[in-house]
Ligand binder design. Structure first.
Ligand SMILES: Cc1cc2nc3c(=O)[nH]c(=O)nc-3n(C[C@H](O)[C@H](O)[C@H](O)COP(=O)(O)O)c2cc1C
Length: 189
């Protein structure tokens, strides 16, 4: 699979079936993050790969109600970091950007490996950090839920979530996301 295909195939699916997560797979995903660019090569990204049945079960406590579909995941990647571990240039705090880049690499590599990697913001960060033992001063930026895609719709999903399973949510037009040479009013929409 080339990058273009991985970009096109990636979807935030919510109907999961289990997949065995091997040490080799974790290494592949970790390496995808390791090689990403970062400001001053600061590499501010940190991850806890949650793989055991027991810990996956405990993490359910931290999910928002609307994310109960994620109870079926085989791996949770807790993505976190600290502002002080990356460039801070006036008001530009690069850690979120750099950790986002590394997360994108993980998500695309997971897609190439035939997995679904679905990031979420709907969780209780303090609870999740407590369960995983992540020190409080870290920002828990997302939980990436990993599994295989199932063709059977998970019954806990809402109508909207079911619709999104079958069709990619609409995207902004290209004119609304980039202009050439100078800023265009379309970008302000
Ligand atoms: C930072 C972030 C937070 C998200 N939070 C949630 C979430 O809490 N629950 C959920 O079901 N999906 C969540 N998503 C998935 C988005 O809804 C999804 O990516 C978007 O609708 C586009 O669909 P697609 O990824 O399949 O193209 C999140 C995605 C990102 C990047």
């Amino acid at each position: 699979m080339d990058v273009k295909e991985a970009i096109e195939k990636r979807r935030a699916y919510r109907s999961f079936e289990p997949v065995e997560i091997t040490d080799e797979m974790l290494k592949e995903l970790g390496t995808a993050a390791q090689l990403m660019c970062s400001c001053n090569n600061n590499q501010p990204w940190r991850f806890v790969f949650v793989r055991s049945k027991e810990m996956l079960f405990k993490m359910r406590e931290a999910f928002n109600k609307g994310n109960a579909w994620a109870f079926e995941d085989s791996l949770i990647i807790a993505v976190f970091g600290k502002k002080e571990k990356d460039c801070n240039i006036q008001e530009r705090e690069y850690y979120l950007f750099d950790i986002g880049l590394a997360s994108a690499a993980i998500i695309l590599r997971a897609t190439e490996m035939g997995l679904v990697a679905h990031p979420i913001a709907g969780y209780l960060p303090e609870k999740a950090k407590e369960i995983l033992g992540i020190p409080a001063e870290n920002m828990l930026i997302t939980l990436i839920n990993v599994a295989k895609k199932s063709d059977k719709i998970n019954p806990v999903m809402s109508e909207k979530q079911i619709a999104q399973e079958n069709e990619r949510p609409l995207r902004r037009k290209l004119e609304e996301i980039y202009s050439v040479d100078v800023f265009s009013a379309e970008l302000d929409k």
